[in-house]
Ligand binder design. Structure first.
Ligand SMILES: [Zn+2]
Length: 136
């Protein structure tokens, strides 16, 4: 689902259709392009940077017992620089700082501890902080 390189850069792993060029995330498990029906797909590293397209802030734990992370939390859609849209959680800023159009980078963080006490990791998107001013 993702790879972390030596310098800490996170790359999400997706699929690229070699027939029509369509990108997918997550990887197409059955290796079939849902755009052109080709099975000529290859695994690719996606760009770890993108732009927030939409988001929502969730104040209460969702029903269904499948979410074990903290609340409130923000999730939404980010379009990565190579054009594929991903559904993601957000991290690294106050929830009221999030804005559509913000530049983000993909990071991997703990989501919660599982029943055995082991960390469950997930990818999230973190706003890229612009350097305010130069050295004084
Ligand atoms: Zn295709």
């Amino acid at each position: 689902m993702w790879e972390i390189s030596g310098d800490g850069t996170v790359n999400l792993i997706g699929s690229k259709c070699l027939s029509c060029g369509e990108l997918f995330f997550p990887e197409q498990a059955k290796n079939i392009c849902t755009h052109c029906q080709s099975n000529n797909l290859e695994k690719i590293k996606l760009d770890g940077h993108g732009t927030i397209m939409s988001f929502t802030v969730v104040e209460q734990k969702p029903a269904g017992g499948f979410y074990f992370g903290p609340v409130p939390y923000a999730y939404g859609w980010v379009t990565l620089n190579d054009g594929v849209s991903i559904e993601t959680l957000f991290t690294g800023c106050e929830l009221d700082e999030l804005k559509v159009g913000m530049e983000v980078e993909v990071v991997v963080e703990k989501l919660h501890d599982n029943a055995e006490g082991a960390e469950v990791l997930t990818y999230k998107c973190k706003p890229v902080k612009k350097q305010a001013g130069g050295p004084r």
